[in-house]
Design a protein around this ligand. Structure first.
Ligand code: CMC
Length: 432
């Protein structure tokens, strides 16, 4: 194909005018479309795309997904290899910096993150002020937003060193804030970080430590949590990342932008899905009820939570790895009785025409809730466990956004469907 063919010819049948729109990287520019049919009185053609199902909002070199083939890569590295061989902190470095760290870089990175795990005591007081039964995601998103008031210099987003500092602080403090939101609902004292421990083990210690002088976690559970963190670290332009980029495009500080991402992740169609999966499994209650539940899904009365994905039209590669991690965790904790129901649901759904036709496969959330429950987390904590590692991805995307000269403040168009030029009727007349 020669260069001249890298374009789209469009004829506007309203006027007979013809346009040649360049195609770059498989996309046309919305600004080129806007030239079609544009007059002094009328705007040009725009794209109507609720949910951005076919709109690229940025160029990104962070994460690659091929949804049809079930491929996920961070900076070009397959997720399977990273989950098998890497640590979460190494993956976080890779996402943020674009390359794997040298030994020296890794040591410095690990030291910096470990050094910044503590939070200001006033932030602790703020968290203590939440109601006894506050949802930990509400606490997490508020406390991350509050961090912006502790580091006002974070507003200088064009300063590379200041940006680097906030990236380190946020990745470091997320487990502390997440663990404290968990302890809060249990009425237990908040546990300070133990900087002798690695990232995942330190998190487990802040969650579960009681009176023992030193918390020691089972290394199999630490490894499983590392794998879960790696799998959740980024997923290109999903709802929460889009929220971080959209809010970040106003040039607000990264704490405020990331708290918008946490808010988006809180929703049941995004990060809240694994909590919804467990509720669903409990409602089904027994393997014998699976067929009638599936019928309910097909009739449109139910939704099979943990199934389907906007991008994956194949088995989510993360779901495969999670299934393996589940086996490792159950070896330590004993099998979660809901697993039987989940396995049966998956078996029936993968053979049923309704799911096959719509290419609905298990996603990352289908099995993760079962692991989290086996690790003694209440369902409200599941999304917190997603938000902690995703912070690395949000920040990698935010750094990319800030450096991207193409980016502008996010401001979609609308198709106005309301009335026009309506004369105001004073209250006395309307209410008479
Ligand atoms: N159960 C039953 N039917 C479904 C499901 C499901 N889980 N997901 C999609 N469908 C059907 C849907 O009803 C529609 O059918 P029809 O064409 O007859 O109207 C068709 O499949 C296409 O679905 P859609 O809602 O247009 O697809 P979407 O891309 O807008 O939604 C989704 C993607 C993830 C929101 C959706 O599949 C869903 O609600 N799944 C359950 C919630 C869930 O597990 N979410 C976690 C997503 S993975 C975590 C993450 O990366 O954030």
């Amino acid at each position: 194909m020669n260069q001249n063919q890298q374009s789209l010819s469009v004829r506007d049948n309203r006027t007979g005018d013809e346009y040649d729109l360049p195609i770059t990287d498989g996309t046309i520019h919305a600004a080129d479309l806007a030239k079609i049919g544009k007059t002094e009185d009328e705007p040009g053609v725009a794209v109507y795309d609720p949910g951005f199902t076919n709109t690229a909002s940025c160029r990104s070199a962070v994460t690659y997904i091929d949804g049809d083939k079930g491929v996920l890569e961070y900076r070009g590295y397959p997720i399977e290899q990273l989950a098998e061989n890497s640590t979460f902190l190494e993956v976080a470095y890779l996402l943020i910096h674009g390359t794997l760290p040298s030994e020296q870089e890794y040591t410095a990175w690990e030291h910096d993150i470990t050094f910044h795990t503590f939070v200001h005591e006033n932030l602790k007081s703020l968290m203590l002020g939440f109601r006894y039964d506050a949802h930990p995601m509400g606490m997490l998103l508020s406390s991350v937003a509050a961090l912006s008031t502790f580091y006002p210099e974070a507003r200088a987003i064009s300063d590379e060193e200041i940006r680097r500092m906030q990236v380190i602080r946020m990745i470091a403090k997320m487990p502390t804030l997440g663990a404290w939101s968990f302890r809060h609902a249990q009425g237990k004292p908040y546990i300070y970080p133990d900087n002798d421990l690695g990232y995942a083990e330190n998190f487990l210690a802040m969650l579960f430590k009681m009176s023992e002088p030193k918390y020691v976690a089972d290394p199999r559970l630490v490894k499983a949590l590392e794998v879960l963190f790696i799998l959740h670290a980024d997923h290109e332009q999903n709802c929460s990342t889009n929220a971080v980029r959209s809010v970040g495009s106003s040039q607000v500080d990264p704490y405020s932008a990331v708290s918008a991402g946490i808010a988006a992740l809180y929703g049941p169609l995004h990060g809240g899905a694994n909590e919804a999966v467990l509720k669903m499994l409990r409602r089904i209650g027994d393997v014998s009820n699976v067929p009638s539940f599936i019928e309910g899904v097909k009739d449109g009365n139910e939704r099979l939570m943990g199934f389907g994905h906007r991008v994956y039209k194949n088995y989510d590669p993360r779901a495969k790895i999670i299934k393996k991690a589940a086996d490792d965790v159950f070896e330590v904790t004993g099998v979660n009785p809901l697993l039987k129901i989940a396995v049966e649901l998956e078996k029936i759904a993968l053979e049923d025409e309704y799911f096959v036709k719509r290419k609905l496969y298990p996603n990352v959330d289908f099995y993760s809730g079962l692991i989290y429950e086996a690790l003694q987390f209440p369902p409200e904590m599941f999304t917190v466990l997603f938000a902690i590692p995703r912070t690395a991805g949000w920040l990698a995307q935010w750094v990319e956004l800030v450096d991207d000269k193409d980016q502008k403040i996010a401001r979609p168009k609308q198709i106005y469907t309301g009335d026009r030029g309506v004369d105001f009727i004073p209250r006395a007349e309307r209410w008479a």
